[in-house]
Structure formats: C-alpha cells, structure tokens
Design a protein around this ligand. Sequence first.
Ligand code: ZN
Length: 226
Amino acid sequence: MTATQPRTERGTHRAQREHVAALHAELTRNGLVTWTSGNVSERVPGEDLFVIKGSGVLYDELTWEGITVCDLDGNAVDGVKRPSSDTDAHAYVYRHMPEVDGQVHTHSPYATAWAARAEPIPCVLTAMADEFGGPIPIGPFALIGDDSIGRGIVATLRESRSPAVLMQNHGVFTIGPSAKAAVKAAVMTEDVARTVHLSRQLGEPLPIAQSDIDSLYARYQNVYGQ
Ligand SMILES: [Zn+2]
C-alpha cells in the first residue's frame, strides 16, 4: 500500500538501517512474525540514538527507508515519522540497560502460547542452558502506551541470565550486544518453546541440575561466546 511507503528526510545512518532492515528477514524466514507485527532495533554506536522499524511497514516492502532513527526518548529524528508502536519499550530498555545494543520483539506462536499462560519455559534442554542460562522468565502484564512494558522487561531481565523475557499475555522481547544477537535469541526462544511444548505432550520433561546448567552456561558463553 502506498500509505506504508516511508518518506526519508535526511537519510542518516544508512548502513546501519540497511543492516537492521535485512535482519527483519530472519523474523519472517523463521516464522516468528505475522503481517507487520514484530520489530528489530539497534543502538547507534557512540550516539544517543537507535534505529527501529517504522510502524505498519510490511516486511516485503521493508528497505532501509522503512527504518526510523529515534532518540533515547523514542522520538523519531530521521526516517518514517511514526516508528514502531513498541518504540517506547525499546527506548526504555536502551536508557536503563547500557550494555544492551540490540532488541527484538515478536509474537512467535509457541513462545507466546507460554506467555499467554504466564508460565516460564523450564530449562530442560542443554541448548537452553547454553543460551539462556536457566528458564525463560515471564514478565508482568503491561499495556502499550507508556513505560510499563519497558519497566517490566528491565525488571525481569535484571533478575535473570536469560536474554529473553515472555511478557504475560503478549509475547517475546529479547536483548543482546547487537541486533543480530537479539535476533538469534528470538529464534532460539521460539525453538525451545516448541520443543519443550512437544515434550510436555509426551510426559513431564526432566529438569537439569542447577550445577549442570551453570557449567553448560559458563562453557558456552566463555568458550563459544561471540
Ligand atoms: Zn507486541
């Protein structure tokens, strides 16, 4: 639709916007998003800015011009005038977690099915211990429109080693040291949500001892860390 065609004002940060636009293809390729839902953002190095998908931009039509540059209060400073409706949440996380340089939000179906029940995904797979260091936690119910989603994400992730949180009745938010790392966490979240769900259909998955989770996590993060 022509209504979704972005209008670029200055075209700053073009290389990073191209990179983040291209990363959105991983969301569709991995079946994590439907229609225009979901988004990837990344902090602009050395500036109090981040880039994020414009509101309502279709994935098939997404180019660098559909990626908005925002300040850390979530105001658009370049690119499409209206950034993603999740921009306030991303901005809150960038303001309060300086170590975070990339974020992803999806309503990927298996993970969001856990979120709808407000049930954390238990750490019953070695790959989960590697990537998440424990269960994938549940964040509080929060309505869009103010800082409450961002506050819930930060409060939950500060208590956890997981780079992913399932916001109750909503969906998946992931963080990382880059947008690509946050995309990987979103893909892995859906993968383990599906596998643990399937295991549940057959019986009760076996827990992994905390000491084993700790050693798997330490080994993976230190030896195989990016
Ligand atoms: Zn959402």
